[in-house]
Ligand binder design. Structure first.
Ligand SMILES: Cc1ncc(COP(=O)(O)O)c(C=O)c1O
Length: 349
């Protein structure tokens, strides 16, 4: 059965984490001379001379209310990419352990594995972009530490079948990480309410998509207290800067506006999908649960270049397995979508 401690690398088990000045003294004081900060202040914003809260408790308190998950089950990273990297560093022995990914999917699971010298095993998705459970089962061995699932998936835009995910959570004795970067645009329920049920579950979300804060870099991992403790042990002491913490705290008071943006983007997605489907050059618009569309076109390279000549950038995914001939198009603001459609109408083959 699943036991987190059996999976953690020995060096991480033995690790004595860095103890920062802010870890060792948490209260209020008149004079802080414990962290070698600049005691005269900062030229721009006076209090930025101080190190930030290493565990970002104020943000976690607010997030906890929004997400319905206790703060002790939340880790905050410098983007989801840090949440991905730390899982490798904590659970995968370089040159020995392996992980399973399901391509086509988000590229950082693979890049981060290479950086950490961890073997990647690929369970290619089925033609309908769902999981090939039998292939996945055959790939797993006693050194498989993590299965990466992305739902809704980038670049295919669909959500994975919930029953398939549950099957993996119930049977795989390693970490199952579900990347829900696009969950706010989806009809599917998030897995963050299932943490009690599955001790091997890590759910990642981000403020980079629906919250419109890609520039700040704030990724979230939700998991058992035991897994979060490992995350905190391995992370750099002050991984979320003071400026980010302050802006995120303010942004989290604007849930209603974010929900309005989500509604607008989902409505725009459907309008855009309809308009694209009507174009001669478009062969297929795949159903989307995200804020982008995967679109199969007749001459992807030429269409891509044509759009570039109009100063419109989309993502050419035409060489990605199972996405042959496809462009990935982010849903824009209404005027941007109109510009895109007009540009495509003028494409001469
Ligand atoms: C599936 C998925 N996960 C994570 C990310 C990156 O998230 P972050 O900006 O929090 O690093 C992306 C970005 O495109 C993504 O598509």
């Amino acid at each position: 059965m699943f036991n987190v401690q059996d999976l953690v690398r020995d060096n991480i088990k033995k690790l004595v984490p860095y103890s920062s000045a802010r870890d060792e003294f948490k209260g209020e004081a008149k004079v802080f001379l414990d962290a070698n900060e600049n005691s005269l202040g900062s030229p721009l914003i006076k209090w930025y001379n101080r190190y930030p809260d290493p565990l970002q408790w104020k943000i976690k308190e607010k997030l906890s209310k929004i997400k319905g998950v206790p703060g002790k089950n939340i880790f905050l990273g410098n983007g989801s990419d840090e949440c991905i990297d730390i899982l490798y560093r904590a659970f995968c022995n370089p040159g020995k352990d392996n992980v399973v990914i399901c391509p086509p999917t988000y590229g950082m699971y693979e890049v981060s594995a290479h950086i950490n010298d961890v073997e990647i095993r690929r369970a290619r998705m089925l033609d309908d972009f769902q999981l090939d459970l039998i292939h996945m089962e055959n790939l797993v061995d006693e050194n498989t530490r993590i299965i990466w699932l992305c739902s809704p998936n980038n670049p295919t835009a669909n959500s994975l079948d919930r029953g398939d995910i549950e099957m993996i959570l119930n049977n795989f004795p390693g970490i199952v990480c579900i990347d829900e970067a696009y969950i706010n645009f989806s009809r599917q329920r998030s897995f963050i309410q299932e943490l009690q049920e599955y001790p091997n579950l890590v759910v990642m979300q981000t403020l980079s998509k629906a919250w419109g804060l890609a520039g700040l870099r704030l990724g979230m991992a939700f998991a058992s207290e035991e897994i979060i403790e490992i995350y905190n042990k391995v992370k750099p002491p002050y991984n979320i800067g003071q400026a980010t913490q302050e802006i995120v705290l303010q942004a989290l008071d604007h849930v209603e506006e974010v929900n309005e943006m989500i509604k607008l983007l989902v409505a725009e997605r459907e309008i855009l999908a309809g308009a694209l489907s009507g174009l001669d050059i478009v062969e297929k618009v795949y159903p989307s649960d995200a804020n982008f569309l995967l679109v199969k076109v007749k001459e992807p390279k030429k269409v891509y270049e044509h759009l570039l000549s109009l100063s419109i950038v989309v993502r050419d995914r035409s060489k990605v397995e199972l996405c042959e001939g496809c462009l990935r198009i982010t849903v824009g603001a209404p005027n941007e979508n109109e510009e895109l459609i007009n540009g495509l109408k003028n494409f001469l083959r």
